[in-house]
Design a protein around this ligand. Structure first.
Ligand code: HEC
Length: 105
């Protein structure tokens, strides 16, 4: 009986985690300092993530290209200001962040 209660609590906890992936990834973006230069819906130093998602909506290779750019930095797509490299971001985190940015519509 005790074990069963425990299990159902685990299921509930897992379910609420699954329901909040967007929030979790915004937390990652905040933790990795991305939100110092970006916002979801307006331009700061870098482009709004919504604008990035719109630009690459039809581009199937965008997630990989953006993940690389998030780690290494780059310039010339949105203006003269470059994005510096983000060495604090692992490859797996960069992929997660790229997918999250592309899901902002
Ligand atoms: C110091 C400011 C700064 C920080 C910190 C920063 N960015 Fe950027 N970001 C920029 C600028 C400026 C651009 C536009 C670069 C360009 O025009 O090519 C950009 C562009 C982008 C793009 C679009 C790239 C493209 O080629 O279209 C994505 C996606 C992005 N940033 C995600 C992130 C993520 C995720 C982080 C956190 C790990 C982050 N940025 C941290 C300034 C920043």
């Amino acid at each position: 009986m005790k074990l069963k209660q425990h299990l159902s609590m685990l299921v509930v906890a897992a379910g609420s985690l699954l329901a909040l992936p967007a929030v979790a990834d915004q937390a990652l973006a905040t933790a990795k300092n991305c939100m110092a230069c970006h916002a979801v819906d307006r331009k700061l130093v870098g482009p709004a993530y919504k604008d990035v998602a719109k630009k690459y909506a039809a581009d199937k290779g965008a997630a990989d290209a953006l993940a690389t750019k998030i780690q290494k930095g780059g310039s010339g797509v949105w203006g003269a200001v470059p994005m510096p490299a983000n060495p604090q971001v692992s490859e797996a985190e960069a992929k997660k962040l790229a997918a999250w940015v592309l899901s902002q519509k």
